[in-house]
Write a protein that binds this ligand. Sequence first.
Ligand SMILES: C[S@@+](CC[C@H](N)C(=O)[O-])C[C@H]1O[C@@H](n2cnc3c(N)ncnc32)[C@H](O)[C@@H]1O
Length: 290
Amino acid sequence: MTIDDQTSTAEHAEFAPPEAWDAIATGYAEHVAPGEQPVSAAALDLVGLRAGDTFLDVAGGPGGLGLAAARLGATVLSTDWAPAMVARFEERVRAENLANASARVMDAHDLDLEDDRFDVTGSQFGVMLVPDQASALHEMVRVTKPGGRVLIVAYGSPAQFEALQFFIAALQRVAPDFEGLPDPPPLEFQVSDPAVLRERLADAGLQDVHVDTTHQERLELPNGRDLWNWMLYSNPITGMILDEVGAGEADRTTIRSALEEMIRERAGADEAAIVTAPLNVGWGVKVGGR
Ligand SMILES: C[S@@+](CC[C@H](N)C(=O)[O-])C[C@H]1O[C@@H](n2cnc3c(N)ncnc32)[C@H](O)[C@@H]1O
């Protein structure tokens, strides 16, 4: 097995279209979204969201911040450019009878919403990865009320993103030439440096900008298949890389076995392994009084 063109892998991945996100929406809702609720709740707490506030989730998927905000009693609009993600969000709020939440298909770069509407506008692992982050942040600020807050939750250093590093090591068992993430890394990590996130929030016109680096994503994984599913359904990049290196069924079985070994080793005597990733939680205030 060889890698013909690793650069093209990164380029494809950077521009994963809405259909690629649609294709993983059901898996994302099942294998990824539930584990992110503690992160969402912590981020909304940092930004001071209260019951009765209006909250916009941008690139909200099947329910990250938007679901946590609705459970808190905020009036929520969740947006995403992938219709299947929006449909999964709608299913979840129906299942939980959250009448205070709705969802619409929308591109983060061009929100079809009026100015100055929301008390808090947030995006978790969404605007983090878009190609024109400055315009997406500008849109988030535009639709936020003066005095309201804009929140971004993003991954920190990819070197400390354990699920990713486990996956790269497992993939290298069948594709020894695979060198890991390209340099620079994919857009997913464009604000992995907290100073860059701070600068971008300030450049978007926000004041009183904070970036918290004390929170982690903590995945509790009973076995290797859980890590495989998390990697496969959290981002279309994983499937693209597997295709790019030509990983067939036998290779995928080898990768899953390697992940199983890693999870067993990490878990030790415990039932599940804890696998972490550093987070940058940034927020700022839109200029103007309330
Ligand atoms: C990693 S998921 C995060 C989902 C959710 N925010 C969460 O915390 O679980 C990224 C989401 O961003 C969406 N997305 C990517 N680019 C987008 C864009 N330009 N406009 C709107 N949504 C976008 C994808 O469809 C996907 O649902």
